[in-house]
Design a protein. Structure first.
Length: 157
């Protein structure tokens, strides 16, 4: 999951230490599950009350928020960036492309933890929820990702 000089282990260690409710979504979540995909950015879905904690935890890594938590909440998203880009959803719920509302608290309650380095783990939506989060967008690669996740799910059962 590392690109350039960005230390993804320190990034996730900082997020974990912050106590913020943070879910890794997007293709980095697929990579954490061992699926063969490529991406350069990170996508997080965080609890609406935890934006300040996330920003504070990632500031020592040089990540700068493009909006304050107060401005990001009504927009539903913001970006943390330096040489790396972290897209952050900060919403109580998000609609899929076909209008299904997905609630953070529900997804959080079913989360799974994946160890990415000794003593460092990241929270991911369970497979069913991760598949649903891939329906937040309607890109071709999302459909490809859903197919891979469905294969992984069938192997787990």
């Amino acid at each position: 999951m590392e690109s350039g000089g960005f230390d993804h282990v320190e990034f996730f260690r900082a997020l974990e230490a912050s106590g913020a409710r943070v879910l890794l979504i997007g293709r980095q979540a697929l990579i954490a599950l061992g699926l063969p995909v490529n991406t350069k950015d990170y996508d997080l879905w965080i609890h609406v009350d935890d934006a300040a904690a996330v920003n504070q935890a990632t500031a020592p890594l040089g990540l700068v928020a493009n909006y304050t938590p107060e401005l990001a909440r009504p927009r539903g998203r913001y970006v943390l960036e330096n040489s790396e880009r972290v897209d952050v959803l900060v919403a109580r719920s998000v609609s899929t492309v076909d209008g299904v509302m997905v609630f953070f608290d529900d997804v959080w309650s079913r989360r799974e933890r994946v160890e990415i380095a000794p003593g460092v783990s990241v929270a991911l939506p369970c497979l069913d929820d991760l598949i649903v989060t891939k329906r937040f967008g309607a890109r071709g690669r999302d459909a490809d990702d859903i197919q891979m996740l469905e294969v992984l799910r069938s192997r787990r059962t």
